[in-house]
Structures are given as structure tokens and as C-alpha cells.
Design a protein around this ligand. Structure first.
Ligand code: ADP
Ligand code: ADP
Length: 231
């Protein structure tokens, strides 16, 4: 269980990016966060990831308060941030450095296969397309089996075909791992397809305007034919 309690974030320039934001997210739940530009969505994810210190409020994961970046929480940005001086395999394996080389290599190879890039481990990041780079960023976040995965518009820079493929990958990965996810998106259809709940943020400052339970069972639970009405 991820608990966000009365979070506020006031930047040094005086901008109130978040104001009294509270939300409980159950284990394995996928929550989409939507809202206009500048309403505090990125700030919210960055605060949960420990990349920004909240001005007020508390974040709890399980029984513990999160006060600094925690290995159980991982974040994927819109612009994939990979290490350009490392190969694809070393990027994906970065969070597994504590493991024996052979164990790590096996997990990295399995992750590459799962994202549809088997044999790409020895390549450099600059040799990848945008979609491939984002898939590697997802794989890097997922090999450590985070309890919470934060996704900040992870697909919005991609073309529609690549995006659909990655959404499927994410759905599959969710089924394998049961990861709790917070997904910031501008794409309402993506929110409906992937999420259990949609949180709508107010324009400014970031508070919750509405929380909507997605009325349909998630995509993984139904046949594509059930989906005809939406497409
Ligand atoms: P969103 O992701 O919904 O577009 P952000 O969280 O990026 O919103 O931004 C919320 C508000 O905080 C905006 O007014 C933005 O200009 C401001 N802001 C974001 N990051 C910073 C920062 N590092 N310093 C000062 N103000 C910031
Ligand atoms: P872009 O970001 O340019 O749209 P993609 O990430 O969709 O590119 O894919 C680029 C290339 O990656 C494809 O042309 C193909 O060679 C390779 N590729 C895509 N999907 C798979 C897959 N499932 N298995 C192996 N290779 C793939």
C-alpha cells in the first residue's frame, strides 16, 4: 500500500506545485493521473520518487515512511534517461550490480527478450530508435522488481504503433509482477485501457479534482472484442 498524505510542494520560486494532495494506492493497483499542463503531475511523481523533498506531508510505503530515494520505487520519464557510456545490457543491469555477473546477465537477457529486443545487449544507446530506447528504460526499471513504478508520460513522445506495442508490454509486465503503478498521461484512452482508477488533478495548484473508478475491467481481463465500443 502506497499512502500519500497531505503532500505539498512549494518550489523556492514560490510556485505551489502541490497543495494538500492525499491518495491511497493499493498493492498492484494501476492509477492514471491526468490534468492540464502545469498542474503538478510531474512534481507529484518526483516527490514520490524522492527526487524532490515535499514541503509538507508524508509518503508511506507499507509500514515505512519514505524520506529518500528508495530501491522499491522506480521512475520512468517521458525522455528516456539512459547512461550513454554504458551498453544496453549494462543500462538494464545497472540496478542489479550487486548480483553475480552470470545471474545478472541471465536476467538482462530475459528482460531484453521480454521487450522484444533479444540480442541487443551489446549495442550502444545511440544506436537505438526512440521506441527501443523507451523499452530499454522500462526494462531497466522493471528488472529490479520495484513495488512501485512511476511513469511520467512514458509513451507520449512515440508514434502510435510503437505506443500501442509498449502499452501491451506494460500490461504483460504488470500481469507478471503485479507492480503498483502511477501513470501520468495526456491520453485518456491510455488511462482507460491501463488503469483501475483515474485521478484528475485540478489545474493549479495540484489538488485532486476527481477520482474516477474505471468502469470496465482492465484490458488484461477481457477479449479484444469487448473493446470494440471504445475503438
Ligand atoms: P505537470 O507535470 O502537471 O505539467 P509540473 O509538476 O511539471 O506540472 O509543474 C507544476 C508547477 O510547478 C508549474 O507551475 C511549474 O512551472 C512549476 N515547477 C515545476 N518544476 C519546478 C521547479 N524545479 N522549480 C520551480 N517551479 C517548478
Ligand atoms: P521506432 O521507435 O522507430 O518506432 P520501434 O521501437 O518500434 O522503433 O522498433 C524499431 C525496430 O525494432 C523494428 O524495425 C524492428 O527491427 C525492431 N523490433 C521491434 N519490435 C521487435 C520485436 N518484438 N522483436 C525484435 N525486434 C523488434
Amino acid at each position: 500500500m502506497l499512502e500519500l498524505r497531505h503532500l505539498a510542494k512549494i518550489y523556492p520560486n514560490g510556485v505551489h506545485a502541490l497543495e494538500d494532495f492525499s491518495l491511497s494506492v493499493g498493492q498492484g493497483e494501476v492509477v492514471a493521473i491526468i490534468g492540464g499542463s502545469g498542474c503538478g503531475k510531474s512534481t507529484l511523481l518526483r516527490v514520490i520518487a524522492g527526487l524532490e523533498v515535499p514541503s509538507r506531508g508524508e509518503i508511506r510505503l507499507g509500514e515505512q515512511a519514505l524520506v529518500e530515494p528508495d530501491a522499491r520505487v522506480n521512475i520512468v520519464f517521458q525522455e528516456p534517461r539512459l547512461f550513454p557510456w554504458l551498453t544496453v545490457a549494462d543500462n538494464i543491469g545497472f540496478g542489479l550490480r550487486h548480483l553475480d555477473r552470470s545471474v545478472r546477465d541471465a536476467q538482462v537477457e530475459a528482460a531484453l527478450a521480454r521487450i522484444g529486443l533479444p540480442g541487443y545487449g551489446g549495442r550502444w544507446v545511440r544506436e537505438l530508435s526512440g521506441g527501443q530506447t523507451q523499452r530499454v528504460a522500462l526494462a531497466r526499471a522493471l528488472v529490479t522488481h520495484p513495488s512501485v513504478l512511476l511513469l511520467d508520460e512514458p509513451f507520449s513522445a512515440l508514434d502510435a504503433m510503437t505506443r500501442a506495442g509498449l502499452q501491451d508490454h506494460l500490461s504483460d509486465l504488470w500481469q507478471e509482477n503485479g507492480t503498483t503503478m502511477l501513470l501520468v498521461t495526456h491520453d485518456i484512452e491510455e488511462a482507460v485501457v491501463l488503469a483501475d482508477r483515474i485521478v484528475v488533478m485540478r489545474p493549479w495548484p495540484g489538488r485532486i479534482l476527481d477520482v474516477v473508478d474505471v468502469p470496465l475491467p482492465r484490458r488484461r481481463d477481457r477479449n479484444s472484442s469487448d473493446f470494440g465500443e471504445l475503438k
